[in-house]
Ligand binder design. Structure first.
Ligand code: PLP
Length: 488
């Protein structure tokens, strides 16, 4: 076969492209990636994925290795998150978003079957629930009701859930913990409320489910499928399961609720379709990688990797708390921190968290800015900067603390970014229905944003725009930006 480009040249080109990416190992990127800091694990995951490269997860009866790996992972989830309950069953999905969406689909269809109602059921979530539930409500056509969280702790209040329950609620969601703030919702209390009203409760453990079981000081918390009233639970293996992206677990305590997210049809002339997940043909590579890592580590290995993370998180939390002008939001449980301005110090000593993360970025540390968020009751969750700690963080924690402290000293007293007044005025007059691709591109240009150039450089000004715009305007603009960034 005559190739147009030699394979070695193609790979060299890929290496050159990859050089522009944020570093996926080594601890300088504190979001998106979960680095156990153990080279053999990444190698094992890669090798296992390659050996599963040619499989098709569409049919585990033709490729029974897939069934074995799925069974092993669900059994492990059952042991770690459900006290070994043999009635807890589940599926391996392509990621957290798919797990959350399928949990919502199951609850929607169970609600429909039970009530026989024609109207849309309600999905009841806290303001800190992951965006995947907004996506689920959007795609699956549920009414979304968002409860404001306690602005100090960033936790959902069980009393608010009780007050909002109605026969229309198909599912309540609580986080263990939330992505943005690392806040562990009072799940046992919420579960009591839900059980008393016979409403399903999903625990979103996508990020924390594989950490909280071994987190020091969290052993007295009751939050998983051993709590009566918890109906389903999601946990991503492509986060703290150290698998490459594309693998998550969704567990149910009830076989009928599990079956309710499946799809089967015999109403076409081809093979009988029966899919537990949204995809048809699907890769077994992330499954094989996640399975291999879990086989190698075992429960004890996962537990061992939590210890350095917990130590690094504690050191970071203490160091950030000691920085004049910054504070850690709430009382996070797990390896996630949200850092906000300390409003108790004089204004000239305060630090804007986005100026701070921009300053840290100049030193090669990538933190994640999160916009200010106004809740449905008008209370405000302040703008923050997020850090996801992983086992590798401990190996760089002294350098990281030094860089964060230096960055703080550089930006203390500098006011946060705000959107230019003329842009805010112009944006207030935008009718979202008029935002065609072309008009959106014009608005982006007016804001000084060039999608072709990407988002290199300071982020504070961009986050200020996002904070200022109504969601119905900001959302199509975000789509336009990324679509044009990706356009050939
Ligand atoms: C990451 C995450 C999700 C969504 O997962 P993806 O894997 O990014 O699709 C959902 N919930 C929480 C709490 C998460 O951290």
């Amino acid at each position: 076969m005559q190739f147009r480009n030699e394979p070695a040249d193609v790979l060299a080109r890929l290496d050159a492209l990859r050089a522009a990416d944020a570093p996926t190992s080594g601890g300088r990127l504190l979001s998106y990636v979960y680095d156990p800091g153990v080279a053999e694990l990444a190698e094992l995951a890669g090798t296992a994925a390659l050996r599963a490269q040619s499989l098709n997860g569409l049919d585990p009866t033709t490729f029974p290795s897939i069934a074995v790996m799925e069974r092993d992972l669900v059994a492990l989830g059952r042991d770690v998150l459900a006290g070994g309950d043999p009635d807890v069953v589940g599926s391996v999905t392509s990621g957290g978003t798919e797990s959350c969406m399928l949990a919502v689909k199951s609850a929607r269809d169970a609600w429909r079957a039970r009530t026989g109602a024609e109207h849309r059921p309600t999905l009841l979530i806290g303001a800190t629930a992951h965006a995947a539930f907004h996506k689920a409500a959007h795609h699956l056509d549920l009414r979304l009701e968002v409860l404001p969280v306690d602005p100090v702790t960033a936790r959902v209040r069980a009393g608010d859930v009780a007050a909002a329950l109605s026969p229309d609620v198909a599912l309540v969601v609580a986080s263990a913990p939330s992505y943005a703030h690392g806040a562990l919702d009072p799940i046992a209390e919420i579960a009591d409320v839900c059980a008393a009203h016979d409403v399903a409760l999903h625990v979103d453990g996508c990020i924390g489910g594989w950490v909280v079981p071994w987190w020091p000081g969290a052993d007295d918390r009751r939050w998983d499928l051993t709590v009566p009233g918890v109906s389903s639970l999601s946990v991503d293996l492509h986060k703290y399961g150290y698998a490459p992206k594309g693998v998550s677990l969704l567990l149910f305590r009830d076989r009928d609720r599990h079956r309710a997210h499946w799809f089967a049809t015999t109403r076409w002339p081809g093979y009988a379709v029966v899919n537990p997940t949204l995809l048809g043909s699907r890769s077994a590579m992330p499954l094989a990688a996640g399975w291999a890592v879990a086989q190698a580590l075992g429960v004890q290995g996962f537990e061992e990797l939590v210890a350095p993370m917990a130590r690094a998180t504690r050191r970071l939390r203490e160091a950030i708390t000691a920085v004049e002008g910054l504070r850690v939001v709430g009382d996070p449980v797990g390896p996630l921190l949200a850092v906000a301005t300390d409003e108790t110090v004089p204004i000239e000593r305060r630090i804007d968290p986005h100026r701070w993360s921009d300053a840290a970025a100049d030193d090669g540390w990538a933190l994640q800015p999160q916009p200010r968020h106004t809740q449905p009751d008008g209370t405000v969750l302040p703008r923050t900067t997020h850090l996801t700690v992983t086992p590798v963080t401990e190996t760089v924690v002294d350098d990281l603390i030094a860089a964060l402290t230096k960055a703080a000293d550089r930006v203390r007293g500098i006011a946060g970014a705000s959107a230019p007044a003329e842009f805010v005025t112009a944006a207030a007059h935008i009718d979202p229905r008029e935002l065609t691709s072309e008009i959106s591109a014009g608005v982006l240009a007016l804001a000084g944003l060039d999608p072709k150039a990407g988002l290199d450089g300071p982020k504070a000004d961009i986050l200020a725009l996002v904070e200022e715009l109504p969601p119905a305007v900001a959302e199509p603009l975000l789509i336009e930006f990324l679509a044009r960034f990706l356009e050939p």
